[in-house]
Write a protein of this length. Structure first.
Length: 216
């Protein structure tokens, strides 16, 4: 299996979190016209500094990715978010606990991570992980709802708001959210490197001072 690291783009992640924490408070012009009192100003939602983002360690076999890199953590904490990382969450991606802490995150046990307001994952949560999520919390992850109908039912029963990164349409206005294509591109790139390693010969012909190697 090809193993790569997820690094959420600053703009992508902040746009997602902004939509997640705001409430749609638009009102109809006709209603406003017939109302004696002035309309209530739009709510700005929950302040970022009152929200905690949790990143658990991926437990799927051979999965080495992590939902946030230390660089992404630094961006989020600068915006005011509180970030908690499970102990060793980035170890397979070569990110140490110390790097996360230096970026502003706190290393916490799994129970506290899943108790966060927003949980970021790469793989869809297992049934065991779902049992640890706090009712009313939010999940951003690859979910594949068509293949995981039972998980969708669990999310609904737990009143968890889920953003399936794999379901974002491939259109121009949503291109910055297209993590699925980004992951596929990285996996394809790594696949060629792995193939070259197992091939045992040169990909193309080589000419050296001692002679040449044919391309076939």
């Amino acid at each position: 299996m090809v193993s790569v690291i997820v690094k959420f783009d600053k703009g992508i992640l902040l746009q997602l979190l902004d939509k997640l924490t705001r409430r749609d408070t638009r009102w109809c012009d006709a209603t406003v016209a017939n109302t004696e009192k002035p309309p209530t100003p739009p709510s700005r939602g929950t302040p970022y500094n009152q929200l905690t983002i949790g990143v658990p360690k991926e437990i799927f076999p051979n999965e080495k990715r992590v939902a946030l890199s230390p660089a992404a953590v630094k961006v989020l904490t600068k915006e005011g978010f509180n970030v908690v990382i499970e102990d060793g969450a980035g170890s397979h991606a070569k990110f140490s606990n110390a790097e996360y802490e230096a970026s502003g995150a706190q290393v916490k046990p799994l129970s506290e991570v899943f108790g966060s307001d927003i949980v970021l994952k790469v793989r869809a949560p297992t049934s065991e992980e779902m049992g640890k999520m706090r009712p009313g919390s939010n999940l951003i992850s690859f979910i594949y709802p068509a293949q995981n109908s039972e998980l969708v039912d669990q999310l609904a029963a737990a009143k968890v708001t889920a953003f399936a990164m794999d379901c974002i349409p491939r259109i121009s206005r949503a291109q910055v959210f297209d993590a699925l294509s980004s992951m596929a591109n990285i996996a394809g790139y790594k696949a060629v490197i792995e193939a070259a390693n197992h091939f045992g010969r040169f990909f193309t012909g080589q000419i050296t001072a001692a002679g040449k190697v044919p391309s076939r």
